[in-house]
Design a protein around this ligand. Structure first.
Ligand code: PLP
Length: 396
C-alpha cells in the first residue's frame, strides 16, 4: 500500500499495524487453525472428566505449557499457571505474596497493572513501596536499587522491557540483588516474551507474568504466571478445580492451585501455536529482525524536526517500541490522523504507565507509540516515517 498524502478512508485490509506492544496482529495462520481445531474437536472441559474429549483438552493445555517452558526456560511446565492476561498474573503474584508490613521495591517504569495493586495494598494493609527512578534511556542505577532495600523488603518488581521506552532492564542482575537482600523478584515480561530471549531459571527469577496475546502471538484472553517451584503463593481465587474436589482448601497440586475455573482452552490452543511459531523462527532471529526495524524507525524519527524520540538510542539494546512527541502537537491527534488518513495503527496517550511519563517529562501530553512485531517490514516503517514527516510539515 502506498501512503496517501491526502485524507482517505483506510480499511482493515490495508492497515499498517504498528501496535504490537498492545496486542500482536495479524496472528500466524496456524494460530487461527489451532483455535478452530480446538473449538471443533477439543472443547470439552479439561481436568474435569475422563471422556476422550476432556482428556484431549487437558493434553492441549499440557502441550502449551511444555512449549512455553521451552521458550521461557522453565524446568517444570506445571510451574506455569494460565491466566487471562498479564494484569491478572501480576495481581495473582502481588496479592498472593505481599503481606501486611512488607516493603516492596518497584521501578518508575511499571505498568499500572503493578502500580495500582501496590497502591491498593498501601491503602488497605499499609505496606511500604519505593519506586526507583530511571534515566532518560530507561535504565536504573543499580546502586540506588541496592540502597533501597530494608529489612522489611520482601519483593522487587520490575518490567523486563518498558512499554513506553522499549528499554531493557538487566533481569539477572536485579534477581541477584533481590536475593542478596533475602527478597524475591517478580519480572513483568509483557514486552519481552516472544520478542527477546527470556531465561527465567538461568536468571533465577522467582515469578514472571506474561501475556499470550502480544509477542507470543496467541489470542486475547491468554497469559500466565510462572511461580518458582519452592514458592507457595496464597491463591487469590478459590474453587473451580476438578482435582481434590472433596477438600475445602484449594488443591496444593500445581497448576490447579493457581488455575481456578474453566480455562480458555481454544485460546490456549492458539497460544501453543503462537509459541510454536516463535520457537520455529527462533527467538534470536525475531529479536534481530525487530531490533533492525526499530533502529530504522528511531533514526528516521530522530531526523524529523520538532520531534523528540523517547528511550534508548537506536544502537542500544531495546525492544520493538519507539515512542515520540511532536512539538505543539497532541499525540492523540497524530495517532488519529495516522489511522484515518494513512491506515497506520499506532497508540497514543499514557500507555497505562503514568510513572514512566513522569520520568520522560511527557505526563501532561502522553506520547505516540509505534511498536513493531514479527510481521512488520521495512516498508511499513518507511510508510510511517513518510506519514509523520508529512504531518509535521503540514502541522498548524
Ligand atoms: C509492561 C506491561 N505490563 C503489563 C501489561 C498488561 O498486559 P495485559 O493487557 O496482558 O493485561 C502491559 C500491557 O501492555 C505491559 O506493557
Amino acid at each position: 500500500m502506498n501512503v496517501q498524502k491526502s485524507a482517505r478512508k483506510a480499511t482493515s485490509d490495508d492497515i499498517i499495524y504498528l501496535d504490537h506492544a498492545a496486542t500482536s496482529w495479524p496472528k500466524p495462520p496456524a494460530v487461527l487453525e489451532a483455535v478452530q481445531h480446538a473449538l471443533l474437536h477439543e472443547s470439552a472441559n479439561p481436568g474435569r472428566g475422563s471422556h476422550r474429549m476432556a482428556v484431549q483438552a487437558s493434553r492441549t493445555l499440557l502441550k502449551a505449557r511444555q512449549q512455553l517452558a521451552r521458550l521461557l526456560d522453565v524446568r517444570n511446565p506445571v510451574d506455569i499457571a494460565f491466566t487471562a492476561n498479564t494484569t491478572i498474573a501480576l495481581n495473582m503474584a502481588i496479592f498472593g505474596y505481599v503481606r501486611p508490613g512488607d516493603h516492596v521495591i518497584a521501578t518508575m517504569t511499571e505498568h499500572n497493572s503493578v502500580w495500582r495493586p501496590l497502591e491498593a495494598l498501601k491503602r488497605s494493609t499499609g505496606i511500604q513501596v519505593t519506586y526507583i527512578p530511571v534515566d532518560a534511556c530507561g535504565q536504573l542505577d543499580l546502586h540506588e536499587v541496592d540502597q533501597a532495600f530494608t529489612a522489611q523488603t520482601r519483593l522487587l518488581i520490575c518490567n523486563h522491557s518498558s512499554n513506553l521506552l522499549g528499554s531493557i532492564l538487566p533481569a539477572a542482575e536485579l534477581a541477584q540483588l533481590a536475593h542478596r537482600h533475602g527478597a524475591r523478584i517478580l519480572l513483568d515480561i509483557a514486552q519481552s516474551a516472544g520478542h527477546i530471549p527470556v531465561k527465567l531459571q538461568e536468571w533465577e527469577i522467582d515469578m514472571a507474568a506474561f501475556p499470550g496475546h502480544k509477542g507470543l502471538l496467541g489470542p486475547q484472553g491468554t497469559g500466565g504466571l510462572y511461580i518458582a517451584p519452592e514458592l507457595d503463593l496464597s491463591p487469590w481465587l478459590y474453587g473451580g478445580t476438578g482435582s481434590q474436589s472433596e477438600e475445602a482448601d484449594q488443591p496444593s497440586v500445581r497448576p490447579d492451585r493457581y488455575e481456578p475455573g474453566t480455562p480458555n482452552t481454544p485460546g490456549i490452543a492458539g497460544l501453543a501455536a503462537g509459541v510454536q511459531y516463535v520457537l520455529d523462527q527462533g527467538i534470536e532471529s525475531i529479536a534481530a529482525h525487530e531490533q533492525q526495524l526499530v533502529a530504522r524507525l528511531w533514526d528516521g524519527l530522530s531526523d524529523i524536526k520538532g520531534l523528540r524520540v523517547l528511550g534508548p538510542a537506536a544502537d542500544e539494546p531495546r525492544t520493538g517500541i519507539v515512542s515520540f512527541v511532536m512539538e505543539q502537537q497532541d499525540p492523540a491527534q497524530i495517532a488519529f490522523q495516522l489511522d484515518r488518513q494513512y491506515g497506520i495503527a499506532v497508540r497514543a496517550g499514557m500507555h497505562c504507565t503514568p510513572l514512566a511519563h513522569r520520568m520522560a517529562g511527557t505526563v501532561a501530553t502522553g506520547a505516540v507509540r509505534a511498536s513493531v512485531g514479527y510481521g512488520t517490514t521495512e516498508q511499513h516503517v518507511d510508510q510511517l516515517l513518510e506519514a509523520v514527516q508529512f504531518i509535521q510539515r503540514t502541522a498548524k
